[in-house]
Design a protein around this ligand. Structure first.
Ligand code: 5AD
Ligand code: SF4
Length: 440
């Protein structure tokens, strides 16, 4: 009888891609997906360690799964992803029920590692960082029913921002073969995927020098030509490397969506310098009119953190000021979190936790108002929506605009996987509500 598996994923889109990759490779080896960890023979926990909070969540989830294994000793329990890389053998010692600890750069060796666990009965810790990126695994039936999908185009990061653990747990930057990426995209489109997001910590430095040389712009150009693909997106762009050539793609490539995620992290030049971000506030601000010059209503989203060591009230005010000036469509905002091994870990003075919380809450209030105003300004407008499925509240369909805004709308027929025009009736903080326009 086939073994079954269950994967639980925490953290970023990169982790979601990795979990999909692991699922595809398990299906290829004869495993079947289970809906519930209680009924799975293999449970993988894909973890995140970018801040202390997700790490804590991962620890408590591993604790619960370890308890489950005490009841069901035949269960194979694996911890994968960034926190697995960071903790390595320590995790095995802390949780004797864990059979497998595997870092994100080992996923290309996953079938061999699994063979050691199942075939040899070994407990395996796999945390090499200098491995090549994984080759494509066919998606088979795995993505059936989904409209959107991810493709990782590169692994790792060379930037070493002073607060960030990613270069330590995902290793140095390495691009995947463009032939593999294109084959993966075609395979996904054949299986019904209409909207592909390309993933990398810094997509602008994508470079493949194998069979034929390809940079990020030429890769986008080629993907734009895939028949049946409706939308193309990418994340993340680093502001220091955002080229004019890439900005022009937003007007030249029909399928490239008018949305960019461009993390700024802080509005203070002094803090940008200690973060080692490689750009100034002014350089960041210059990119905004350039982007809006190409696509006037381009959606711009960002990441920001408050309470980096040494952040004064003035530094914080500079961050709020930047947010007011740019008018982002949305922001992911965080309290700075000390990560052992990073440069910022030993930087002082640390900002008090309560102060960080109050700075974060004020910043979030400011952004909420901006996001709400932006969404309300769409009331009465027509937008094009790619329909992704039924909305959580029954009786409606849900999808996204090219600018990545969620739209829930009424519609009489099954339009999943199609582009439809919707008139917006109401703009909320996190979504839009509308009615589908009559079809011509
Ligand atoms: N503390 C707080 N936020 C962090 N991020 C990365 N490292 C840390 C940290 N140590 C945030 C950054 C990054 C996003 C993915 O997570 O804003 O862009
Ligand atoms: Fe971390 Fe900076 Fe690399 Fe982003 S660019 S993953 S913040 S080191």
């Amino acid at each position: 009888m086939s073994r079954s598996f269950f994967i639980t994923t925490m953290g970023c889109q990169m982790n979601e891609y990795d979990s999909d990759f692991l699922a595809r490779s398990l299906i290829n080896s004869g495993f079947i997906p289970a809906d519930d960890p209680e009924f799975a023979d293999l449970v993988l926990i894909n973890t995140c360690t970018v801040r202390a909070k997700p790490e804590q969540k991962a620890f408590s989830l591993i604790g619960r799964m370890a308890q489950m294994k005490r009841r069901r000793p035949n269960l194979v329990l694996g911890v994968v992803g960034c926190m697995a890389q960071q903790q390595g053998v320590v995790l095995m010692e802390r949780f004797p029920q864990v059979d497998l600890v595997m870092g994100p750069r080992e996923i290309s060796r996953f079938p061999d590692i699994l063979e050691l666990v199942y075939g040899e009965g070994e407990r395996v810790v796999a945390t090499q960082l200098d491995t090549p990126p994984p080759q494509t695994v066919p998606c088979g039936e795995y993505l059936r029913g989904r409209v959107t999908g991810y493709i990782s185009i590169m692994e790792g990061c060379n930037n070493f921002c002073s607060y960030c653990i990613v270069p330590f747990v995902r290793g140095r930057e390495v691009s995947r073969s463009s032939n593999d990426i294109i084959a993966e995209a075609r395979d996904m489109v054949e299986r019904g995927i209409k909207d592909i997001t390309l993933l990398g910590q810094n997509v602008n430095s994508y470079l493949w020098e194998g069979e034929r040389k390809q940079d990020f712009v030429s890769l986008l150009d080629e993907l734009n030509g895939i028949e049946g693909l409706l939308r193309l997106r990418f994340t993340t762009s680093h502001p220091k490397d955002l080229s004019d050539k890439l900005i022009l793609c937003f007007s030249n490539l029909k399928k490239l969506c008018p949305h960019i995620h461009l993390p700024f992290q802080t509005g203070s030049n002094a803090i940008l310098k200690s973060m080692k971000r490689g750009y100034t506030r002014e350089e960041y601000m210059e990119l905004i009119p350039k982007l809006r010059g190409v696509i006037p209503d381009m959606a711009i989203t960002s990441d920001v953190m408050v309470g980096f060591p040494g952040e004064s009230q003035d530094d914080y005010e500079a961050t709020l000021d930047l947010i007011r000036r740019v008018q982002f469509d949305g922001i992911f905002s965080f309290k700075y979190s000390d990560r052992k091994g990073t440069l910022a870990y030993s930087m002082v003075p640390k900002v008090d936790e309560q102060e960080k919380a109050s700075r974060l809450s004020m910043l979030q209030d400011l952004q909420k108002q901006i996001s709400l105003d932006k969404n309300r300004s769409l009331e009465g407008k027509h937008v094009e929506v790619l329909v992704e499925g039924e909305s959580k509240k029954g009786g409606r369909l849900t999808g996204r605009t090219g600018s990545n805004k969620i739209v829930n709308f009424t519609c009489d027929n099954d339009k999943i996987g199609h582009l439809v025009n919707v008139t917006i009736k109401r703009g909320f903080l996190n979504s839009l509500l509308g009615d589908m326009d009559p079809e011509e």
